[in-house]
Write a protein that binds this ligand. Structure first.
Ligand code: SAH
Length: 393
């Protein structure tokens, strides 16, 4: 077993609950860092060579590895079974719900194993491998998972790390039928579990869709930007919206969006699907004099369209300004971002700055729902930030 001596600072942080390991945490051995083993378990020792934690090293979109235990634990079947059992217990109330059968079963460092996420889509699951080490442990992880969740019919994997051959693959049990229908707050959504990295719905936005359904959408004209498969629009329509307009750049979004409406037997006459860049749509709508009572903005963290590059940190303000120009008095903007590197305080400040010439009220904020457990000692692991803002005039 490779042993690595860490700084006193990192030791303190690990004892306090830090799990994610960054290159800069190993400044004491910066020169040796390149020679450290990738994709393997290591023991972290303090400056006196006393054991601190068990970790694994594997580079991913963030960091270079994860602490997975404060004890001398090997990365074993037994350890994984215990983690899955604990995760299942913590979600007991989700299993009892009759109107929702899709949620997160295991979330990364929130469930004390960074690099792994498991999401339930009715009778099937999706494993997300965020680094090569976790992906290499597939057989062990799946075996432990099946011991704890024998009722699951089959599973797929999303390889969310550099160097993976396939983005998506079937890894155990049955294959789901052509379309895998899930239920959320009583609404049906069509999901495709083996078609690239996306499934047709982002389950972490469940509470936002829930509030559209029960509260925000009634009698409103709704504009849903970056609508993907129009999940927000469907929730709004089911919640009594007068009309919805879903705008997405991807042509395929129209077919998938329409399918969602049809699945829930919603008459399509008051619901439109537009394939267009959001900023182009702002111009188009303002030329046509279109106005809305509720505008939902949920962009990707980063996107490229022709020569233009969009990043939430740089361009969100333009999105808000465009939305304000189409908003009826007393209208509502729902502004969402899932960019982990955009702290909530900065996001809120940007929103306030873009609203300086308006009277407004922050009505509600959504973070990750409790099934997407985050690490309270690593606040950016709660990456979702959704503000509901009422703009008086
Ligand atoms: N809000 C969606 C998820 C959005 S995913 C939901 O709740 O399910 C991001 C979407 O933004 C993708 O479907 C992508 O096609 C779209 N997109 C990216 N750049 C865009 C742009 N400039 N204008 C409109 N849509 C864009």
């Amino acid at each position: 077993m490779t042993k690595i001596r860490i700084t006193e600072k990192l030791k303190k942080q690990i004892i306090a609950g830090k799990q994610l390991l960054l290159t800069q945490d190993f400044s004491n051995i910066a020169k040796q860092l390149d020679t450290l083993p990738d994709n393997q378990v290591v023991e972290l020792l303090d400056t006196k060579d006393t054991f601190v934690a068990s970790a694994y090293l594997s580079a991913q979109n963030k960091g270079i590895g994860w602490v997975y235990s404060n004890k001398k634990d090997s990365f074993s079947y037994q350890l994984l079974v215990e983690r899955f059992e604990r995760a299942k217990e913590l979600r007991a109330h989700y299993f009892k719900q009759s109107l929702t059968n899709a949620f997160c079963l295991f979330n990364d460092e929130g469930d004390c194993l960074g690099g792994l996420r498991v999401e339930l889509y009715h009778e099937f699951v999706i494993f997300s491998w965020y680094n090569a080490f976790i992906a290499q442990q597939q057989d062990l992880i799946v075996a432990a998972f099946q011991a704890v969740f024998p009722e699951i019919k089959g599973g797929y994997a999303k390889n969310r790390f550099k160097g993976a051959n396939l983005e998506s693959e079937h890894i155990f049990g049955e294959m789901h039928p052509n379309v895998n229908i899930i239920l959320e707050n009583g609404i049906q959504y069509a999901t495709h579990l083996n078609d690239g990295l996306m499934t047709g719905i982002f389950l972490d936005q469940r509470e936002v869709r829930g509030r559209l359904l029960e509260h925000y959408a009634r009698d409103r004209r709704v504009l849903n930007l970056f609508s993907y498969t129009a999940a927000f629009s469907v929730a709004a329509a089911m919640g009594g919206a007068l009309e919805t307009t879903s705008v997405d750049l991807a042509k395929r979004s129209v077919e998938l969006s329409r399918a969602h409406f049809e699945l829930n037997q919603i008459d399509l006459s008051h619901h439109r699907f537009v394939v267009m860049d959001t900023f182009e749509y702002y111009k188009y709508a303002s030329r046509k004099g279109l106005k809305y009572d509720l505008i939902i903005i949920d962009p990707p963290s980063f996107a490229r369209n022709k020569r233009k590059v969009f990043s939430v940190q740089k361009n969100y303000r333009d999105l808000i300004e465009g939305a304000l120009s189409l908003l009826n008095p007393n209208g509502v903007i729902i502004a969402s971002t899932n960019a982990q590197n955009y702290p909530i305080a900065d996001f809120k400040k940007m929103l306030k700055n873009s609203l300086v010439n308006h009277q407004y009220e922050f009505k509600e904020v959504f973070r990750l729902p409790s099934d997407y457990r985050s690490n309270p000692k690593q606040i950016d692991s709660n990456y979702l930030k959704v503000f509901v803002i009422e703009v008086k005039k």
